[in-house]
Design a protein around this ligand. Structure first.
Ligand code: N01
Length: 548
């Protein structure tokens, strides 16, 4: 009798406040809560720094913000009824529409009751004796949980370059991921956009329409292809709705989580004239086709890449009227496709406008400082009222290392990743038991249509926790040897491509001092192949993980 009560007591003592704490309420956090709570019946708490759901789509409210993936695949696939009911207004949904969609999902599945908004997680530490995490928030809460699940996104830690003088600027400045809620009125203003990545490429044409004058500060030119946004033909919408099961299966098994497959032939298999027609067809189709459905050797063979880049250079020269400006908009320092493909709507055309000026770091000089009245670059002053930093993010690792997580022996993730991320499958980290990182570094994540990668991780984590509960396990942890083999595999796989040659955020090259290493994982068999690999590991009793 006495023994029984002791056992009960210790069980109660060991029982955490929550079975799972999820950090973030974007696509990942919403999906994780739904799966863990409604499929497994877990007690789950979601913490979100924003005032509502949305994640990326809550924060990124800059003009022109919209999704670059086709809307019919940029959604949750587990709500089959909603796949039929929801009507996207355009090929690529705009930020407010995606936010409305996520709000709708949260409401429809009664998810907000388990979410705490305006609450930032400030740290968490693993209790090795009890196999629990204690999670701290900026609202003074400290809760315990068996599993800690990061749903913090990959591009959520903004990069504001340390340009001298910013604190003295008398005008207004914003980072694209932190625009004021009601937007910014650029009417009559002299505006600068710093950066020419995917975000700037969306924002620049919109800002140029409103501003009195726009100066674009370009450090590296980019290869843009047309998005070709617009209303989707209702017949196509109906056809897709009738085939959603097929679509879902195809994108889950696909290379990039969307209906794009690289051609099964080399650039050199095709005569120049035919090649040109193929490029034209991809160009006319718009979107990621040019990047993801191109010749199979385009991202691995420098000469094949050059043929493709030549086509894009000709397009830029044809669109931009001033030949000197066109030349400055042509990339010269990286291979096509080794940086994230920006999709444009009138980007190059915008440089034909009288109120738009391109300042290129390589030919006009680099930004030296921000003054009280503008930007000084290449020895010249550019007077400004508003500066927009479209300067990107400390991608993939930044959102995780800034969480202040402490694993075994109090070791922080920053310490564990001092020379770059070390993960197993991009989902777990040795020394950090019971931690799952949705779309973490070294997983396909940003190289795919994100919802597909997110759902795959959530399904795998849910199955894993279900198995652990069935087996009465309290702890799962990546084994160091399996982790190092994975890191090696990730690096070896990418070394056969042109990606490592670019100074991209994929390589961590955009953040001064960040270790240079490929951050996502390019599975040769695509996100579908990665899914299979993860399933096989689970089927082998979670090979490479220690369970207790
Ligand atoms: O950021 P970026 P982004 N001085 O890092 C420049 C996703 N996204 O916000 O190339 C001067 O790509 C920098 O120059 P350089 C998408 O995955 C998704 O545009 O480093 N310039 C570059 O031009 C995308 O890739 C959607 O030399 C400086 C720019 O700033 C990711 O977000 C839509 C500088 C930053 O480009 C990030 O895109 C839009 C400095 N000190 C974006 N520092 C969707 O469809 C940086 N730059 C969902």
């Amino acid at each position: 009798m006495a023994q029984e009560s002791t056992v009960q007591e210790s069980t109660v003592q060991d029982r955490p406040d929550f079975d799972a704490v999820v950090i973030g309420a974007g696509f990942s956090g919403i999906g994780a809560l739904k799966s863990l709570r409604d499929r497994l019946g877990l007690k789950v708490r979601v913490y979100e720094a924003g005032e509502t759901v949305g994640g990326t789509w809550y924060w990124n409210r800059y003009p022109g913000a919209r999704c670059d993936s086709d809307s019919y695949v940029y959604c949750f696939t587990w709500d089959k009824q909603l796949l039929q009911e929801w009507e996207w207004s355009e090929r690529y949904p705009e930020q407010p529409e995606i936010l409305r969609y996520l709000e709708h999902v949260a409401k429809r599945h009664d998810l907000k009751r388990d979410m705490r908004f305006n609450t930032r997680v400030t740290g968490a530490e693993f209790d090795e004796a009890r196999d629990l995490w204690t999670v701290h928030t900026d609202q003074g809460e400290a809760v315990t949980t068996r599993f800690l699940i990061t749903a913090v996104g990959t591009l959520s830690t903004r990069n504001i370059p340390k340009v001298p003088g910013l604190d003295r600027f008398q005008g207004k400045w914003y980072h694209t991921s932190n625009f004021p809620k009601g937007g910014v009125d650029f009417t009559g203003k002299r505006v600068a956009v710093i950066g020419t990545g995917a975000t700037a490429v969306q924002a620049i044409p919109m800002i140029a329409q409103q501003a009195r004058h726009l100066t674009v500060f370009q450090r590296t030119a980019n290869y843009c292809v047309p998005a070709r946004n617009g209303k989707v033909d209702p017949d196509l919408v109906a056809k897709r709705k009738a085939d959603y099961d097929g679509i879902v299966q195809r994108i889950r098994e696909s290379p990039f989580g969307q209906e794009h497959w690289p051609m099964q032939k080399s650039v050199f298999d095709v005569p120049a004239e035919e090649r040109e027609k193929i490029f034209d067809a991809m160009w006319d189709r718009g979107g990621f086709a040019f990047w993801l459905a191109n010749f199979q050797d385009m991202l691995s063979n420098a000469e094949a890449n050059e043929i493709c880049a030549d086509y894009l250079r000709r397009r830029i020269r044809r669109t931009v009227k001033d030949p000197a400006v066109a030349e400055r908009l042509i990339p010269r320092s990286h291979y096509y496709g080794t940086k994230r493909q920006p999709l444009d709507t009138n980007y190059y055309e915008t440089f034909n406008k009288d109120n738009v000026l391109l300042v290129d770091a390589k030919t006009d000089g680099e930004i030296e400082r921000i003054t009280e009245t503008g930007i000084r670059a290449g020895g010249k002053d550019y007077p400004l009222d508003i500066v927009v930093f479209a300067t990107g993010f400390d991608a993939m690792t930044g959102p995780l290392t800034s969480l202040n997580l402490r694993g075994r022996g109090g070791k922080t993730l920053q310490e564990a990743w001092a020379d770059g991320p070390h993960t197993y499958l991009g989902i777990a980290v040795a020394g950090f038991p019971n931690l799952f990182t949705i779309t973490g570094p070294q997983s396909p994540s940003v190289l795919t249509n994100m919802p597909v990668a997110i759902e795959q991780h959530i399904e795998w984590i849910t199955d894993c926790i279900a198995t652990m509960r069935e087996q009465g396990r309290k702890r799962i942890e990546a084994e160091p040897a399996a982790q190092e083999a994975w890191v090696h595999h990730v690096n070896e796989t990418i070394s056969g491509t042109l990606f490592p040659t670019a100074n991209s955020w994929y390589m961590g090259a955009n953040i001064p001092g960040k270790p240079r290493t490929f951050l996502p994982y390019l599975d040769p068999a695509g996100v579908g192949g990665y899914r299979k690999r993860c399933e096989e590991i689970a089927a082998k009793g979670y090979e490479g993980f220690a369970l207790a």
